[in-house]
Design a binder for this molecule. Structure first.
Ligand SMILES: [Zn+2]
Length: 143
């Protein structure tokens, strides 16, 4: 049923898709449906299964856990070693960034969330990532 107008959706074609799960990569075959009236179209099975990216719904939690503990490339290597599942460092990075978006948006959009910080005494501090600081000994330490 079309969510836009309530008419029946027409099947147009089927297409495969790979999804990384905790048990490995699953290959799905699902139908692409289209509404002849309002032109709404897509793969309803993806929404029903909660698939928004290339990983299954429980996977982002585990990817974030690994990404919060280690660098993204090291987290990918540990996942491979511990679970036998290959996930590239950019998939872990994307999962962490997507997951971090909700609290960031909440802090930005809810005035009460930052009120105590704005009212506090002292200088402003910040955190950053992806930087290198040169030291007197000539080496750099990545933050
Ligand atoms: Zn429709």
């Amino acid at each position: 049923m079309c969510l836009g107008c309530g008419r029946h959706l027409w099947p147009k074609r089927s297409a495969g898709r790979s999804v990384r799960t905790s048990a490995g990569t699953a290959r799905l075959r699902r139908r692409y449906l289209s509404c002849p009236r309002c032109r709404t179209a897509g793969y309803p099975l993806d929404a029903r299964l909660g698939l928004a990216g290339c990983v299954s719904p429980p996977a982002p939690r585990r990817l974030c856990l690994a990404g919060a503990r280690w660098s993204f490339d090291r987290a990918a290597a540990h996942r491979k070693e511990f679970c036998g599942l290959s996930v590239c460092d950019n998939t872990i990075r994307r999962a962490c960034q997507d997951h971090g978006r909700a609290p960031r948006d909440g802090q930005r959009d809810a005035p009460a969330a930052a009120a105590a910080f704005r009212a506090a005494d002292g200088g402003v501090e910040f955190q950053t990532d992806g930087t290198a600081v040169n030291t007197a000994g000539g080496g750099g330490r990545c933050g």
